[in-house]
Structure formats: structure tokens, C-alpha cells
Design a protein around this ligand. Structure first.
Ligand code: FAD
Length: 570
């Protein structure tokens, strides 16, 4: 036993935290503790089912945080889901395994970080254990380019056990050809435009969800140097006695165990926050790291003045388009189409490019105002310029349209706007860790985001109304032509979208990896600015959205972080 002292304390045994726990404890000379608020869900059928997306929602493993009323969307608040379990949000998510556009990862370097697509690709591969499709899966549309993938990594990735037949992928191929959208052999290669039958984080042969605990913890749980504290909720970081000559150094963490008693663990080396983008910034604030004005309001002694903790919160929005169907398919493969700015806006693209460009200064003003004045206007403007360039110059995909195979009389197409500009924030509302936080994603703060989602849902409608798919989806039920007529103006679409959208649960950037002057909280070594040994490794650090789904990139980033941390202590 190590009593209560470890080299590394990892706060949060989730998607990112368990990658770190695994890689750091590979070295038998390093001792690692994982402190996780939730329990093991190894045998929980709401988790293990590879076709049971949504079963875990509203159960005790779903935090189901509430946003503040959303000012730009009818003052309704949103449910913000996140997983409370060993494995974190990977135990309740949609299992989509899709990465990013090359330029979205290269954008890290534009902010001064030593991260590029080429360097991260090594870590995407290191994490991944792709299960090659069977002959039947290949016939049903599963394709990949071998040189983009890893086959030996801990994270099992594959195509659904029971894929959809009836030539449905051929139906879609002809439909998308008519829409001018090509088949993409492998959207995980950094170029996402086109349509594809995507792989997921599941094990096709066992027909089980693959989550972070199954991949990175359970097979390694026997390591003597790796200790797990379940049902243990970290309240705050504890600090070494302050000296004037060195940076503040964490001594460990204070946590509440299952009985509610407060306990302490001590760290020889680092305290690493991997509690997710809606918790890690709050732990920093309760530990005295953040905006002194906010901390003092709740009686917390400021330790490190870092006003951008909890700022820059970004999330995408999503919704569902519905039809009747005269085709009853079985199987669970979904079909994803990714569209860029030209696919969505056609001849109007140039006009939109100029509109967005000329709006950036005013949008930066608005973002600064909504941050309570903490955001640096020049920096926000620079971030918006980079985002503009990704959308209009690099032509990253901005829209995701996901067709579900029609069954039992209905068809459904989910749609996502992928590159919103809006920025909100998250802060503590009390020094007490059990009090709900103030979480404001600020959906639709900036007009581009409305245009993007309207363009995206129109693409979903176009998709449903293009033959041959059209022949199987006779009547639109949602929104319905009575609610949003054909050729409805943007305002009519926007009203419907704002009353039906939900969070895409892709919250990022609340402890962003970028220079401190630009609003960053950590550097590319994941160290919190101004601290000697506190790091953040989770979705909080992503400075920009990625057009894929987050876990593929988070697993890769955590793999990289493990190497960086090992090297820092070598
Ligand atoms: P998490 O995985 O959330 O880990 C944080 C961990 O910290 C949790 O285990 C939590 O219990 C623990 N924790 C929190 N507070 C404390 C505390 N005080 N003390 C100790 N432990 C604490 N992404 C995809 O790639 N594909 C998808 O299909 C997909 N679908 C999604 C569907 C839903 C419903 C949701 C909610 C998300 C989805 N995502 C998807 C997003 C993705 O799953 C998350 O972004 C990702 O898992 C977050 O990883 P993380 O490491 O940042 O945090």
C-alpha cells in the first residue's frame, strides 16, 4: 500500500483520465491514483448494449447538468449530459468514432502549440484497435484506408455487428451522387467531406460497447502501482505551503468518499484534472485558480490569477428531421454525410464569407461583453479569423447529416452544425462543490451559427427529397411543411430550430490550450499557467471544435499528453 501518497493523482476516471492512468502506470516505478466520482459500470446493460444509445440518460450515471436559460433561444435551458461512471462520458455516448479535419488539428499550431495533424495521427493510431470489416460488412459499405488506422491499440473500433442490408447503402450512394456529394472511402483520414458508413467504439465480435474503462482500465486493473478510488468526488486541489520564490505547487486533492467523509490524497509529482469540460474548470476555481473577482465573490482565496478559467465554452447544436417510411429495415448501421460551406450555401457562399468577415469585429465585441469583460478582444478576433479561414479557405466540413435506416414506418435524419462561433462560459456559483454551476453555452449568440444550422437542416430536407431515398420516405413529419413550408425564409427555419434543438454535448475549451494572453489556461504540456504541477487533460483544452465527434481526438490527445508528462518527469 502507498498509504495516501502517489506520484500522480488523476481527477476523473473518464475518457481522457483512464488513458493517462494506463500509460503512466505502464512504468512500474510510477504510482498512480485515479479518483472517480462514479462507480464501475462494467455489467450495466444500459452501458454495454451496442445498440442502446439513450438508455443511460436520466439514470444515476448521467450528470444531466442544466444550462442557464438561453438568451438567444427562447430563454429555455438545456440538459447537458455527461457520464458519471468509470469510463466517463464514453459509457453513455453515441459511440461514433470520427476524428477531425487536418486543418482543425493544425490550428493548434496556429496558436503556438506543438501539435499538428501529422503528429497527432501517430496517437490516433496508437489508441486504436480497428477491427477489420468482415466480407459481409464490406459488402454493406464498411470501408477504410489501412494507412490511416491503428490495429493494435487498446481501443476497439469497428462496424456494427448487424449492419443494414437491402442495398440501402447503394440507395444512399445514388442519392448522394444526385446531390453532388461523393463517397468518402475513409472520413478518419483528416478529409471528411462526403458520405460514409462510419465505424464506432464498439466490439463487433462481442457485440459490446467499447468505453474507456473496457479499453484502458479493466485489462490492466491488476497493476500494483495503479489505485482506483470509486464513488470519490474531488472537492478541490490542496496546495503546498506558499513560498515567494516558486510557483504554487499542488500537494494533492481533497475528496469526499462514498460516506460523505472528506479525505485527502497527496501527490509527489502532478495533479491532473480529467473531470471533463463542465467540471475541471470548476475544480480549478474552487482551488483558487481563476478570475479573482469571481473567486472572492464566494469567499475563495485567489491562488493563481487566471481570468479565463471557464471562459471560451463552445458547443454545437443538433436536432432531428423526421419522415414517414414505407421501408422497414433491420440492423444498426448509420450513414453519415459531411458537407462543406459550398455544399450548404452554393452560390451564396461568397456573400456569406464577406458577411462573416465584416462581422468579426462586432462579434468580438459581443463575445467580450458576454465574458463579463475578461476576454481579450484582440485575441477573440484572432480566434474568429482562424475559424473563418478554416471554414472558407480550408473548407472544413460544417454540417453533419446522419441518416438512420428507416424502420417501423418512420425515417429520421439527425443534423449538426459543426463550427459555431458562439462562446459562453461556466463558473462556480458557490464554494460548495455540490452546488450546481452556472453553465451558459450561449447557443446562437452569433448569427453565423443560426445560418449554419438552417443550412444544415435544409440539407437534411434536400437529402430526404432526393431520389431514390425519397421513394422510401413519402411524407415529412418534422418539422412538416405546415410548420416550415418549402422555400421558407431563414427566420421561419430559425424559429423552429430554436424551439427544437438540443446540445450536441460537445462542450469544449473551458481550460483552453493556447497562450495565456489569448485566453488560454494551459500550454501544450497541459500545465496550468502559473502552477508548478497542475495539469488539465480532457475536452476542456480543445481550443476549437473538431468536425468529427470528440472521443477519437480526446483519446489521441490523452495518449500524447501521457508521453509529454512522462518526458517532463524523466
Ligand atoms: P469524461 O469522459 O466525461 O470524464 C470525466 C470523468 O470525471 C467522469 O468519469 C466523471 O464522473 C469524473 N468526475 C467529474 N467530476 C468529478 C469529481 N469532482 N471528482 C472525481 N471525478 C469526477 N463523442 C464521440 O466521439 N462520439 C459520440 O457518439 C458521442 N456521443 C455523445 C453522446 C452523449 C449523450 C454525450 C454526453 C457525449 C457524446 N460524445 C460523443 C462526446 C464525448 O463522449 C465526450 O466529449 C468525451 O467522452 C469527454 O471526455 P472527457 O475525458 O473530457 O470527460
Amino acid at each position: 500500500s502507498y498509504a495516501n501518497r502517489y506520484d500522480f493523482i488523476i481527477v476523473g476516471g473518464g475518457t481522457s483520465g483512464l488513458v493517462l492512468a494506463n500509460r503512466l502506470s505502464e512504468d512500474p516505478n510510477l504510482t498512480v491514483a485515479v479518483v472517480e466520482a462514479g462507480d464501475s459500470v462494467f455489467g450495466n446493460p444500459n452501458v454495454t448494449s451496442s445498440t442502446g444509445y439513450g438508455l443511460a440518460f436520466g439514470t444515476d450515471i448521467d450528470y444531466a447538468f442544466q444550462s442557464t436559460p438561453q438568451e438567444h433561444a427562447g430563454n429555455k435551458s438545456q440538459i447537458l449530459r455527461a457520464g458519471k461512471a468509470l469510463g466517463g462520458t464514453s459509457t453513455i455516448n453515441g459511440m461514433v468514432y470520427l476524428r477531425a479535419e487536418t486543418s482543425q488539428i493544425d490550428a493548434f499550431a496556429k496558436l503556438g502549440n506543438n501539435i499538428s495533424w501529422d503528429s497527432l495521427l501517430l496517437y490516433y493510431k496508437k489508441a486504436e484497435g480497428l477491427q477489420r470489416p468482415t466480407e459481409i460488412q464490406s459488402q454493406l459499405g464498411a470501408t477504410y484506408e489501412a494507412n490511416q488506422h491503428g490495429f493494435e491499440g487498446p481501443l476497439t473500433v469497428g462496424w456494427p455487428t448487424e449492419m443494414v442490408g437491402n442495398n440501402f447503402s447503394q440507395t444512399l450512394n445514388t442519392t448522394y451522387a444526385a446531390m453532388g456529394l461523393p463517397w468518402n472511402e475513409d472520413p478518419n483520414g483528416g478529409h471528411m467531406r462526403g458520405w460514409n458508413v462510419y465505424p464506432q467504439t464498439s466490439d463487433p465480435s462481442a457485440n459490446l460497447r467499447e468505453d474507456a474503462a473496457r479499453a484502458y482500465y479493466f485489462p490492466f486493473s491488476g497493476r500494483a502501482n495503479l489505485h482506483l478510488y470509486l464513488n470519490s468526488s474531488v472537492q478541490r486541489i490542496t496546495w503546498e505551503a506558499q513560498s515567494n520564490t516558486t510557483l504554487p505547487s499542488a500537494s494533492g486533492v481533497a475528496y469526499k468518499d462514498a460516506s460523505g467523509a472528506e479525505e485527502q490524497l497527496l501527490a509527489n509529482k502532478d495533479v491532473i484534472l480529467s473531470a471533463g469540460s463542465l467540471v475541471s474548470p470548476l475544480i480549478l476555481e474552487r482551488s483558487g485558480v481563476g478570475n479573482p473577482a469571481i473567486l472572492k465573490q464566494f469567499g475563495i482565496e485567489p491562488k493563481i490569477d487566471l481570468p479565463n478559467v471557464g471562459e471560451n465554452l463552445q458547443d454545437q447544436t443538433t436536432g432531428s428531421y423526421g419522415t414517414t417510411a414505407n421501408l422497414n429495415l433491420t440492423g444498426t448501421s448509420d450513414y453519415v454525410a459531411y458537407l462543406n460551406i459550398h455544399d450548404i450555401f452554393g452560390d451564396d457562399t461568397e456573400q456569406l464569407r464577406e458577411h462573416v468577415q465584416s462581422s468579426i469585429p462586432a462579434w468580438a465585441d459581443e463575445a467580450v461583453a458576454d465574458s463579463g469583460g475578461t476576454a481579450n478582444r484582440t485575441a477573440i478576433q484572432q480566434l474568429f479569423e482562424i475559424q473563418h479561414s478554416m471554414i472558407f479557405d480550408d473548407e472544413v466540413v460544417i454540417s453533419e447529416v446522419l441518416v438512420k435506416a428507416p424502420s417501423e414506418g418512420s425515417g429520421s435524419i439527425s443534423y449538426w452544425g459543426l463550427m459555431p462561433f458562439s462562446r459562453g462560459n461556466i463558473h462556480i456559483s458557490s464554494a460548495n462543490a455540490s452546488a450546481p454551476a452556472y453553465i451558459n453555452p450561449n447557443y446562437f449568440q452569433l448569427d453565423y451559427d443560426v445560418s449554419q444550422l438552417v443550412g444544415t437542416v435544409k440539407a437534411a430536407r434536400r437529402n430526404a427529397n432526393t431520389a431514390p431515398l425519397k421513394n422510401f420516405l413519402p411524407t415529412e413529419t418534422s418539422p412538416g411543411l405546415d410548420v416550415v413550408p418549402a422555400n421558407a425564409p431563414k427566420e421561419v427555419w430559425a424559429e423552429w430550430l430554436k424551439s427544437t434543438y438540443r446540445s450536441n454535448f460537445h462542450y469544449i475549451s473551458t481550460a483552453a490550450m493556447m497562450p495565456k494572453e489569448m485566453g488560454g489556461v494551459v500550454g501544450d504540456d497541459h500545465l496550468v499557467y502559473g502552477s508548478a504541477n497542475v495539469r488539465v487533460v480532457d475536452a476542456s483544452v480543445l481550443p476549437f471544435q473538431v468536425s468529427g465527434h470528440l472521443t477519437a481526438t480526446l483519446y489521441a490527445l490523452a495518449e500524447r499528453a501521457a508521453d509529454v508528462i512522462k518526458a517532463a518527469h524523466a
